[in-house]
Design a protein. Structure first.
Lengths: 279, 279
DNA sequence: TTGCGCGTAAACAGCTTGTAAACAGGGTGG
DNA sequence: CCACCCTGTTTACAAGCTGTTTACGCGCAA
């Protein structure tokens, strides 16, 4: 019973997207619900409209973070329902949004464990903000894990470790290099230098700044050292860079690609290997 | 967050006087304040009536768990004040209780990080219940990590005793050190300094503050003294720290994995340092 | 071919971290 | 009530790493 509450608060978070919240709605005002749904959708929160008073046990598999209830839907004796919710699912954020009530009612509900009481009619936006405030306080407790590893080509990008790997071996990227890789790998198109600079460095690129080029080279070098038979970053002359893992099919005829050069891993080898032989 | 315990400052995970809460009040309505005080006294909560808008920095030594503010006391531009509070003291429960307001105002405040907005005139009992609801959700965060003993590497973390052990021998961690260890061990990823500070200290880290580094060093020292052949805390340069117990494979080859730090010389120094020097 | 964009390399400056120690405040015990 | 001890905070300095800048040469496109 109680573990159900823990599950709904902690379980799904490790399984689903970290920032994703799930909100349940118990209400019959279809217009109000529609507005809420729209707003929640904009916030990229999952939501689940429930038809009537769902038992705490039935709520468990929904993995809700919060529940908005209009107690008029529940029936005359909604107190036992609220009490059940607060007892069995103590980690569930509970917001009552209902018709005008007495101080006594609100105090009783808050004492039971309800997190907030909003009086109808209310602006949907305000209700959403109240739920958000509850979830914010709720989330403060959690240690939200970063999103899981993503694999591109032979490279595994681990956001939780701020590092990329090939198998078990670290590519040994610095912070900037990793951020650059993360940005490039997420964008599925050619990125201009200015755009890259803005999103990695955080401000506008000065005219003539070659930082992006330098870091692309460093990143290419390390990626090539870690995964020699793949090409990841492609140069679009006069435009920018594009990330796309491509295995090297031998040295077949494919000169059309703007495949930038690939220097062999370390310095001394560069001196001995003619550049042309590599292409 | 801030605990009204005997010791100076305690983090969110503190265990002392769990029921004791400290609430600050910023209001000029003396009658209202008197009623509140009386009610808070009955609840055995400490309270502290403040004269006007106290800066977040001045608030820190008061070790408040929550703050009730009538924004009319603060002045015309109370937004910056609320924003400061929410930014600098994100774990502080913040309830605005003031004259009638617009939806826009309430939404803005809730978005800033205010936990609840109560409109005057209101029943003092209801206000207390709202604060209680906020504190309840806040306290949930503190009680959750109090689960059974967990073993990581050679270290056994006893949340119930607020201490870590190697076998039967205590690692002799201070409160802060233990909280740091608990936080790090619960997160399965790299934690940035700011995040660590916010969770352990309870408020936003000032720019240039090295407290986290210092405590990581102390913790490393004691862990290494208690469990010399393991490495627990790894530095991710430019990012933060990550906890992961790793046995030292014979120190012949340095496994330059994603592990940034090496503490070879540290080992020798620690070996020569008498136990007392660790405290 | 020419002009400009891009790859490459290395030097330098600045920042980040480890380390140690002094300092301050509160708690405890005499 | 006072002195000592324990924590936590702050500061300073050194070492290492990272990011930036600069220079040079090649290659792409007109």
């Amino acid at each position: 019973m109680l573990e159900a509450g823990v599950t709904s608060a902690e379980g799904p978070i490790s399984l689903k997207a970290p920032g994703k919240r799930r909100v349940g709605i118990v209400d019959r005002d279809s217009g109000f619900v529609q507005t809420l749904r729209k707003r929640l959708h904009m916030l990229a929160w999952d939501h689940h409209v429930l038809s009537g008073a769902v038992t705490p046990e039935a709520l468990v598999p929904l993995h809700l973070n919060a529940l908005v209830v209009d107690v008029t839907v529940v029936g005359t004796d909604y107190w036992s329902y609220l009490e059940q919710l607060c007892t069995r699912l103590p980690t569930l954020g509970l917001v009552v949004c209902t018709a005008p009530s007495s101080v006594r009612q609100r105090v009783r509900a808050l004492r039971l464990g309800v997190d907030a009481w909003v009086t109808k009619p209310c602006h949907p936006e305000e209700l959403v903000c109240v739920v958000e405030a509850v979830l914010r306080r709720q989330r403060q407790a959690e240690l939200l894990p970063a999103d899981g590893p993503a694999t591109v080509g032979e490279i595994t990008i681990r956001a939780d470790l701020h590092q990329a790997y090939v198998g078990e071996r670290s590519v040994d990227l610095t912070v900037r290099e990793f951020e650059l890789l993360l940005l490039l790998s997420k964008a599925d198109r050619v990125l201009e230098r200015g755009e890259i600079y803005e999103r990695v460095w955080g401000f506008a690129m000065a005219h003539g700044d070659r930082s992006v080029d330098v870091f692309v080279r460093k990143l290419r070098q390390k990626l090539h050292f870690a995964s020699p038979s793949w090409t990841y970053i492609h140069t679009h002359f006069g435009v920018g860079y594009r990330f796309a893992p491509e295995p090297d099919h031998g040295h077949s005829v494919k000169p059309r690609q703007h495949v930038s050069n690939d220097s062999d891993h370390q310095v001394e080898q560069l001196a001995t290997v003619p550049a042309l032989a590599l292409r």
